[in-house]
Design a protein around this ligand. Structure first.
Ligand SMILES: Nc1nc2c(ncn2[C@@H]2O[C@H](COP(=O)(O)OP(=O)(O)OP(=O)(O)O)[C@@H](O)[C@H]2O)c(=O)[nH]1
Length: 268
């Protein structure tokens, strides 16, 4: 059984920085993780790249050879990846051991986790290869300065959740930039009635039914709550990691083995 995080979220939400900080944290705690670059446009990395989509295809080449723009080029690259899952990905995965933990740093194009099935197929391929996968959705804390932005962030996350059908952890990134914690507290564990009242205040009366439906939707998917991440604090990174580990049942075998061992000792 392998373990994997699929790190997604809008462009600039902090995915690569998160991957790099996670890598450093794991090095400090003597835990092995491997970071995989799935962004064909990425150029610089602050982490050792264990597997790199650019060895299969790069955005620059596609734009030059096919005359595509950055977005069309990126989708072309991702579809090329999808066509090469059996060959390229399988071959790359052979470099890893059974219990390895991979973290996939994905591109930020929103269509990849809203309606284009590439990532969904990618995930299903990993699952067939016996990986437990968790989606880690990053949202920039600077983005949720009011209720309307919060709801739009939730909707984007929800669309990824529904499309990928994976255990899902939402992270509010760049918490070091939040000067007044009070401003975002309401959004970490949102109270539906408070959100609805705020939303109704912000929008015209003709939207009240829609607002109610939106808040009910957010409430029903109670997973649309966010874990704050402050990369300056090791404890914050550790907390986020433990939430994700629980989702993919990482470490459960180890616990069982230790427990079995203790029980064996007691019997002796
Ligand atoms: N202050 C602060 N800045 C951050 C943090 N995380 C990321 N940034 C900055 O935000 C910008 C975008 O970060 P990236 O990690 O490149 O974001 P990304 O989601 O990988 O971006 P794309 O690859 O374009 O999708 C960079 O300038 C980072 O330095 C954080 O926790 N705190």
């Amino acid at each position: 059984m392998g373990y994997a995080q699929l790190v997604i979220g809008p462009a600039g939400s902090g995915k690569s920085t998160y991957c790099s900080s996670l890598y450093q944290h794991c090095e400090t705690t003597r835990r092995t993780i491997h970071i995989v670059n799935l962004d064909p446009a990425a150029e610089n990395f602050d982490y050792p790249v264990a597997m790199d989509i650019r060895e299969l295809i790069s955005l620059d080449d596609v734009m030059e050879e096919l005359g595509l723009g950055p977005n069309g080029g990126l989708l072309y690259c991702m579809e090329h990846l999808e066509e090469n899952l059996d060959e390229w990905l399988n071959e790359e995965l052979e470099n890893f051991m059974e219990d390895d933990y991979l973290v996939f740093d994905c591109p930020g194009q929103i269509e990849l986790f809203s309606h284009v099935p590439v990532l969904k197929n990618f995930v299903e391929h990993l699952q067939r290869k016996n990986f437990n996968v968790c989606a880690v959705y990053l949202l920039d804390s600077q983005f949720i300065t009011d209720v309307t932005k919060f709801i739009s962030g939730c909707m984007a996350s929800l669309s990824a959740m529904v499309q990928l059908e994976l255990p899902h952890v939402n992270i509010l990134s760049k918490m070091d930039l939040v000067t007044r914690k009070r401003d975002i507290e309401d959004y970490l564990n949102p109270e539906p009635q408070t959100l609805l009242a705020e939303l109704n205040q912000r929008m015209g009366p003709q939207f009240q039914k829609l607002n109610k439906a939106l808040i009910e939707l957010v409430d029903q998917y109670s997973m649309v709550s966010f874990v704050p991440l402050d990369l300056r604090k090791e404890s914050s990174i550790q907390y986020v990691l433990s939430q994700i580990d629980t989702c993919i049942q990482f470490g459960e075998d180890a616990d069982v083995k230790i427990k079995d061992f203790d029980e064996d000792e007691d019997e002796d």
